[in-house]
Design a binder for this molecule. Structure first.
Ligand code: SF4
Ligand code: SF4
Length: 290
């Protein structure tokens, strides 16, 4: 009986490196897996894999006080009590509120009540490539790391229920809490980078984060032929840090065409990029043992 599905997260130091193109193609190539889009600020994997919704739900964040204006006598006791400057007799600042509930205790007329706020929605969908779990955070909401953890937990539940050996995670760009939550405790991380100075810098930062978690990692360099000098820097970095450079994918306009049409690249056109992704997936499956 399967108790620990393997988990792999695909990350990029910055947005726009082609991470979702790579994950969308892996979705088509991997035979038995659950897909989890953990880029909760800008989930877009669903656009490539064509989901049919199975289940959805709200994601709740912190509690904040809600005021019944009919009961409020504008005494200002709540404002005096709040150490965070989050409430006055006139307004409540949701972003400054720490959810301690003290204002509800001091209010003489019971005009305040703590309520949980909805920060986003999660979805479990069926796709022709297998189940997909994804979520969307309401812009400006906090707790994005917790929403990622929730997406991963749901993906793991489905994997255990269906005895699926692999969870393929589309991570978030950068090294913030969303990116970090998508990486914690995975078996393998794949960095998709590109040969620009920003791409190299961000690859180094995310590699440092992954190293901190002690997670094995490998690299794909996308659009390597756009700048040979910078691609050489990526090769040198990988060699110096003993990172396997799984593939160097050439620039190809059909990548954008496939994205616009909402089709995984390896299904749209099996040119040099598709071949590179296939080769990378064969090696990844070997590394993951799936
Ligand atoms: S303490 Fe209660 S009654 Fe007084 S201003 Fe605040 S909400 Fe209104
Ligand atoms: S819940 Fe706490 S932090 Fe929020 S407004 Fe009330 S007293 Fe201030």
């Amino acid at each position: 009986m399967l108790t620990h599905p393997k988990q792999m997260t695909v990350v990029s130091g910055k947005g726009g490196t082609g991470k979702t193109t790579v994950v969308g193609s892996f979705a088509a190539l991997a035979t038995d897996k659950i897909l989890a889009d953990c880029d909760v600020d800008a989930a877009n994997l669903y656009q490539i894999v064509g989901p049919t919704m199975r289940e959805s739900g709200d994601f709740f964040g912190a509690q904040i006080p809600i005021r019944d204006e009919a009961l409020c006598v504008k005494c200002g006791k709540c404002e005096e009590a709040c150490r965070f400057g989050a409430i006055t007799a006139e307004a409540i600042n949701e972003l400054a509120c720490e959810g301690c509930g003290f204002c509800t205790i001091v209010c003489p007329t019971d005009a305040l009540e703590m309520k949980q706020i909805t920060c986003g929605q999660w979805h479990l969908a069926d796709t022709r490539f297998g189940p997909l779990v994804y979520a969307r955070l309401i812009p400006g909401s906090e707790s994005s790391g917790r929403l990622v953890t929730m997406v991963r937990q749901k993906a793991e539940d489905v994997a255990l229920e269906t005895q699926t050996p692999l969870i393929l995670i589309d991570g978030a760009p950068g090294i913030g809490c969303v990116a970090t939550a998508a990486l914690a405790d995975v078996d393998l991380a794949l960095i998709v980078t590109e040969p620009t100075l920003a791409g190299i810098h961000d690859m180094e930062r995310v590699a440092e984060l992954i190293r901190h978690f002690n997670i094995p990692m490998v690299v794909i360099n996308n659009k390597y032929d756009v700048n040979e000098e910078n691609s050489q820097q990526i090769r040198d970095y990988c060699r110096q840090h003993s990172l396997e450079l799984l593939a160097e994918l050439p620039y190809d306009e059909t990548v954008t065409e496939a994205m616009v049409k909402g089709v995984p690249l390896v299904e749209y056109r099996d040119g040099a990029v598709g071949q590179g992704i296939r080769k990378a997936w064969t090696r990844l499956a070997e590394l993951l043992g799936v």
